[in-house]
Ligand binder design. Structure first.
Ligand SMILES: O=P(O)(O)OC[C@H]1O[C@](O)(CO)[C@@H](O)[C@@H]1O
Length: 559
């Protein structure tokens, strides 16, 4: 399975797409007028998601060619290899099995001789038991008070997923529990998140796959000092080693694949929740990394969340490519990136609760596919990766949509909306959610169909500014609609983008599961840190620009 990837540019499908790209005149007005069934024909479902692809550069011939591209690069075989636990993460010689995190307990999946489903459910059951104790108040801090604040300390995949899910599922969370997230090594993050916290009722979750990440371990040590000092200064615990150990055990738990390092940190192994090296950090929110979310929303909602992932996993595994939503969306992204020169992709959730979804997707997509090397170590043969970005509607409309509507670049955009809001407020007799969703539909309509010069003129516009008020239209969007933003639907959405990312990676021949590109900066930071502490040699070892910057930094610094 890890033999050289197919060079996509040599496939018949690529040649066909190239030909179609050259011939195709995208004209959504004409395409919809000529084909009354277009909307239906290109609207698919996956789980609870209705996905309207009709405002994309799809014709029957393009769709066929995209499907053939998937076939010719071996998308289905590689997907099956991933699901079966083959070591498709070549540079780390690992299986890639986030899909096993959501398999029902009735399934089995032997990987390297071990049933991973049994392992997953053993940890899940322990997590659920722990979360229920915290939620019920049975789990108390060192002074006997129930936990009211959960602070997750982690970064990257050990933070972005949990924050995003916490924000997205706030309507499902227990009232008496608040979760906070400390990720940045900027000490102000720690300061702001702890300054008003009662140390007697806080629980820290140290989440780190490796348990070596500089930011997380530094913040975890700071949190431990803060906790012990705060409790001692308040006279809440004795100033003894035993009291400190007891306080650490009551107020700290860990999530990691490196349980030996968790014990070294002083966290009771009984309060550590493991996962496995076959779960990539950015694919880990549905592992124990989501413990803060499980505590917030409870076991039933958490199971529904996992069911949503599984539903999408099954769709990706079984739907024919022509109806396979993640596969088609991934293949379309390749079409835009490689044939239309699209460099970025907007994700525009029409839900304030999804305000961290684009940030979460940035790590998922860009850490996965921002690569120049293929899985057999050869150089890539086409542009790879897309810059994912976005903000919730309607905020984005008043910020960057100008570029989407009238800019010179093509920015394929995914609109995500929900039929029923968590809070159906009204204003002046109006249903505000309906007003909100009217904007969703209006934007996708405007992007697709634009406004001609004649239409502008018909409004009596001064001829001199007609060109500035023309909208070209023909800007591609995908509309994703779901009944409501429930735990299950959120699981489906996350898995959808995981599989879109995978699909793109397979076409480009990329190992989407390593992240060597983040290593160099991490190492250099460790070499540079002594220079900021006054080490002359370390300063002199730097290049001219870095040395100059550090000298200026030291001059400006007040303390
Ligand atoms: O969970 P860990 O091991 O602390 O790693 C945090 C993050 O750091 C990275 O390794 C690199 O940024 C991410 O892939 C990962 O999600």
């Amino acid at each position: 399975m890890n033999s050289s990837p197919v060079d996509p540019t040599t496939t018949g499908a690529w040649a066909e797409l190239s030909r179609l790209h050259g011939e195709l005149t995208v004209d959504f007005r004409a395409w919809f007028a000529d084909d009354p069934r277009r909307a239906e024909d290109y609207t698919l479902t996956a789980g609870d998601l209705l996905v309207d692809l009709s405002k994309n550069y799809l014709t029957p011939a393009v769709r066929d060619a995209l499907v053939r591209l998937g076939e010719q690069v071996g998308l289905e075989a590689r997907r099956d290899a991933m699901y079966a636990g083959e070591h498709i993460n070549t540079t780390e010689d690992r299986a890639v099995l986030h899909t096993a995190l959501r398999l029902p307990p009735t399934e089995t999946l032997a990987v390297d001789g071990v049933d991973v489903v049994a392992q997953v459910h053993e940890v899940l059951d322990r997590e659920i038991a722990f979360a229920e104790k915290v939620r019920s108040g049975e789990w108390t801090g060192a002074t006997g008070k129930p936990i009211t604040t959960v602070i997750n300390i982690g970064i990257g995949g050990s933070d972005l997923g949990p924050v995003m899910v916490y924000e997205a599922l706030k309507p499902y969370k227990a009232d008496r529990i608040e979760c906070r997230y400390i990720s940045n090594i900027d000490p102000t993050d720690m300061y702001e998140k702890t300054k008003d916290v009662d140390p007697e009722t806080v629980l820290f979750i140290v989440a780190s796959k490796t348990f070596t990440t500089l930011e997380t371990m530094t913040n975890a040590r700071m949190a431990k000092n803060w906790l012990i000092n705060s409790l001692e200064n308040a006279g809440a615990i004795e100033s003894t080693v035993a009291a400190r150990e007891e306080a650490t055990a009551r107020h700290f738990v860990a999530v990691s694949t490196a349980l030996d390092k968790v014990a070294e940190f002083g966290i009771d192994p009984a309060n550590a929740f493991g996962f496995w090296n076959w779960v990539g950090g950015r694919y880990s929110v549905d592992s124990a990394v989501g413990l803060s979310n499980l505590i917030a929303i409870g076991a039933d909602n958490w199971r529904a969340f996992l069911d949503g992932f599984h539903e999408m996993d099954q769709h990706f595994a079984t739907a024919p490519l022509a109806e396979n939503v993640p596969a088609l969306m991934g293949l379309l992204n390749v079409f835009y990136a490689n044939f239309y020169g699209a460099q970025s992709h907007a994700v525009l959730p029409y839900s304030q609760y999804l305000h961290r979804f684009p940030a979460y997707l940035q790590q998922l997509t860009m850490e996965s596919n921002g690569k120049s090397t293929r899985w057999d170590a050869s150089a890539v043969v086409s542009q790879t990766g897309e810059v994912f970005w976005g903000e919730p509607g309607t905020n984005g409309q008043h910020a960057f949509y100008q570029l989407l509507h009238q800019g010179t670049r093509i920015v394929p955009s995914d609109f995500i909306g929900f039929a029923t809001p968590a809070h159906a407020l009204r204003e002046g007799g109006n249903d505000v959610h309906a007003l909100f969703m009217s904007n969703f539909f209006a934007q996708t309509k405007a992007l697709a169909f634009g406004k001609t010069a004649d239409e502008v003129r018909a409004e009596g516009c001064d001829e001199a500014i007609v060109p500035a008020r023309v909208f070209s239209g023909n800007r591609p969007t995908t509309s994703i609609l779901a009944p409501e933003l429930s735990p299950r639907v959120l699981g489906e959405l996350i898995a959808l983008y995981e599989h879109i990312t995978f699909t793109e990676g397979v076409v480009w021949g990329i190992n989407s599961f390593d992240q060597w590109g983040v290593e160099l900066g991490k190492k250099l930071a460790l070499q540079i840190a002594p220079a900021l502490g006054g080490d002359e040699q370390a300063l002199n070892d730097q290049d001219g620009s870095t040395r100059n910057l550090i000298e200026n930094y030291l001059r400006m610094r007040k303390n």
